[in-house]
Design a protein around this ligand. Sequence first.
Ligand code: BG6
Length: 494
Amino acid sequence: LQTPGAVFFIFGATGDLARRKLFPAIYSLYREGKLGEDFAVIGVARRPRTEEEFRQDLLESIQEFSRYKAEENEEWSSFAQHFEYKSLDINNVDGFRELLQQTEVLEAKYDIPGNRLFYLALAPELFGSVSFNLKEGGMLGGSGWNRLVIEKPFGYDLQSAEELNKQIREVFEEEEVYRIDHYLGKEMVQNIEVIRFANAFFEPVWNNKHIANIQITLGETVGVEERGGYYDHSGALRDMGQNHMLQMLTMIAMEPPSRLLPEDIRDEKVKVLRSLRPFDTHEEVRTQVVRGQYTEGEYKGKHLPGYRQEDKVDPNSTTETFFAARVLVDNFRWAGVPFYIRTGKRLPVKTTEIVVEFKGVPTNVYLGQKHALEPNLLVIRVNPMEGIYIKINAKKPGSESEIEPLAMDFCQSCMVGINSPEAYESLLQDAVQGDSTYFTRWDEVATAWSFIDKIAAAWKESPDTLEQYPAGTWGPEGANKLVEQDGFQWWPVN
Ligand code: BG6
């Protein structure tokens, strides 16, 4: 399906996100024929850059990060000619007027029907002024649609998110705002819906009668790299918890929507967020949420620095680089089922996995009650390995009553010929097509913040709750206790 013609404005075109994700995504869409010839991209940033320099940056970014190889040939030139650069001070409206002229020339050249997609790969503090100047500079007066795509973090807490939203909404309607959570663009996160709603195996047992607990793990081996300045202010809870972790939880827990329309799906997701049991007291936070920070460690024979030694991190920082929580969804379907979520930097494996642990059968008729059977598991592997894994019990071949767990493993990412689109490709394509299903609506963002803010507030008052873990391990001891207290364990990932 080819997308409608549009001009893409990439604000922050000289930044990391554009280089690593956005340019490669546009290139893949082009290579797959999802973008026709009626598109143009204007890279916008403050720094001066000639067209040649910009196209050279583009080539290098694609050569380094794209899943399609690029070479300087005819195909490349016909792709690259759609790209132009504009150096702009985003606080100066005159620059936006010049941008308008440049846009109109490109729209005429490529026969683009006035559709404009503004992608702000910028710090959120700048969203308000850019939106305002887009309007002032006449950029929103075209003959097609205007859409604003914005990156996380959407605010620092509920209050700042509300302020940010207010600024944006002075210029754009909610339907025109596409808030990115790139986890929603991942193939396997989108697949959760299909696994649940298209399989008679799962939906009838997808509730507290049959599910014992659900575990969502998002582990990263990297530390904070060169993002210490941002991260030390944010921490794992805000960086991953408010968005990716809660979004995956909503996909797992939501009711089937009556229709597969964006608003119906997002309505169901927000209902889950509203059903999360809030942590009303600091004591609840202390017993339900664990936070940790990595210290020096060893990983694969390599010495790793502690978080406090990282560049641009306060040497006395109490920012968490790991958190785990026991989250309850207070509704009929999920009453009593713990959702354990955990995420951290400098863990031993880069992985995102969702494990659904089923309740056992009433008794072990083979060996008697004392011998517990292994629980059935459904594992959804999101990233970087993609697939589904099911663990069931079966008879050990040749034995009379011995039972052993058997794994049925479908590895999507191992299959030859399957080259899943990157999250940013799907999301860009959706935004141009006007499909907001996998973008977060304002009420989702706000509800998620109210849940997260209570945890952050409690932590602020009690710095002693910060545990430590050596880099390269699975987080602090408290995370294990959290699950063990309920008689469960974290299932090993991968
Ligand atoms: C981002 C966070 O949203 O997600 C990063 O800001 C994190 O800290 C990244 O590394 C993880 O994304 P992925 O797709 O690599 O798992």
